[in-house]
Design a protein around this ligand. Sequence first.
Ligand code: PMP
Length: 387
Amino acid sequence: MAQRRTSVSRRRFLGGVAFGSVGLASADLWAQRGGRPAAMGAPAADGSTEPYDALAKLGNNENPWGPSPAVMAAMTHAFKYANRYGYPDGNLAQVLAAHHGVTVDHILLGAGSGEILDVTGTTFLAGGKKVLGVEPTFGAVYQHASGLNCDAIRLPLRSDYGQDIDAMIAAAKAHATEIGFVYLCNPNNPTGVLVTAKEVRQLLDGLPPDMPVLIDEAYHHFVDDPQYATSVPYAKDGRPVIVARTFSKIAALAGMRLGYAVAPPALIKRMRPNSVGSINALVKWGGVAALKDGDTEARVKRDTIALRTQATADLKAMGFESIPSQANFFMVHIKRDVVPVIAAFRQRGVVVGRPFPPMTQHLRVSIGTAEEMAKFMEGFRRILVNG
Ligand code: PMP
């Protein structure tokens, strides 16, 4: 609990740094805490949101189109519960359980999947255990571990930027008694590279039998490679797998905070006491509506992939290769250090991803609207081609 308070106040502090400075070209305004965005959207001192609104926001893998009309209508309707503690919540947990074909005791809700990752750390690292995963990946997991005074065993990516399953199994066996859980982000952030269904099976079959594995499927909905499969069936079968999902990406609810875990009931039972349960009335109804809104989900996926395909093809035509991505972002190899380039984009009103060491020459670009992508391409030409 004390740790939770520390991290909240640190986030507030970062928010304070950004306050009033939107529009300035300082790269460290965009510093993130463990891969979690700082509050870059703080309004200017006069309360104006215009400087923020004008930015092309391609730095945080958000959904640029916002929630669908059905989701907005559901949340608007739920405002009538804003004054309540107990209220009808659309049976979100039951709806999620039905969606995945599990019983409700397999589901744990979180204020964003970030809370699920934190709860997993708090639960399974207790007593000074270590988390095992790759680098780079979604750094919040390692940051949270370090806040608990726990270490991480971080393995390098393969030369094709995939996650090295053989090395993960070997490290897990070598450090079996020290490891609290394994973290696998699939597809991985920041590369967008996935772990195939076959590799996931290899990992789960190769690890010590009871070792918990947190499989972060934040970008699940954008995948179109048939070699991929969700890991939810493992959780359903009682394997020690915790699948984390979020409404922040495909459903465009990042600012509303909703995510969840699907895991065997015994693991959920251990995790539940560490969750805060601070999910608001609006997003509960918004989440239920989003789950039913398959048309919007399909459109967001299709448009995201089309814009990503176009952007990476245009970059290739200019001589810059991107890592093939299965997510709503991609990494382009810019053949020079990303730090000054991030600042140059910022000066042009384009926010791109932060540096992801050791990939210091790869720029992560989130997919934005067609207009934002055009602004990015124009910036790219000016900064990296004609600059
Ligand atoms: N996992 C991954 C891989 C992410 O990239 C993010 C956010 N960028 C999260 C989890 C957390 O997202 P949220 O808390 O909004 O669900």
